[in-house]
Design a protein around this ligand. Structure first.
Ligand code: SF4
Length: 178
């Protein structure tokens, strides 16, 4: 009689050390769909696996098949899930009036209209077709644009095309260095 039979016969215990709960436990990503994406935070471009269940992102991890990051993410990239679901994420427009010491909430439409009016006014007042040497420049040096790193490639492409190609704004920058 082996030890398993001995225990079952004389002690009456289940010799299997794994409980039903442990046996039924599974990975939190089981049953999810997975999409491949790029970390939005910096120009290293680490690849991420985005796990979703019932239309909701439930986990974001490094992609093991990526030659760039080989399944790893730095602490910032590993916190990308919070970018999607953090309750601390600000989702309303904040406006600080000139000389004010506090932020106010404003409707998005109001802010878009104000930005458009200020850009138009400033560009009209500062646009240069030629520089001091007579070279064609078609530019304004009075407006700058600074984008956040969570803007994706397509958004950055459109921003650069609109601001520089369309409006002649030279100072277009992004934390991810487009
Ligand atoms: S922020 Fe970190 S994880 Fe994201 S691309 Fe840069 S190095 Fe990679």
């Amino acid at each position: 009689m082996g030890i398993r039979g001995f225990v079952q016969k004389y002690v009456g215990m289940n010799p299997n050390p794994i409980t039903r709960k442990t046996h039924e436990a599974h990975s939190r990503t089981r049953g999810t769909s997975v999409d491949i994406s790029i970390c939005p935070y910096c120009a290293v471009g680490c690849s991420q696996l985005i796990y979703s269940k019932a239309g909701r992102i439930i986990d974001i991890e490094g992609n093991y098949e990526s030659p760039i990051n080989g399944g790893t993410l730095c602490p910032k990239g590993a916190a990308t899930y919070g970018l999607v679901h953090s309750p601390y994420r600000i989702t309303t427009v904040k406006y600080r009036a000139p000389y004010s010491d506090h932020w106010e909430e404003r409707p998005l439409d109001w802010c878009m209209e104000r930005i458009a009016q200020l850009v138009k006014r400033t560009r009209d007042a500062s646009f240069e077709e030629k520089d001091e040497n007579g070279l064609t420049v078609n530019r304004t040096l009075a407006i700058g644009h600074f984008g956040g790193a969570t803007l994706d490639n397509e958004e950055n492409y459109l921003i650069k095309k609109m601001w520089s190609g369309g409006l002649g704004i030279v100072a277009v920058e992004n934390q991810a260095r487009i």
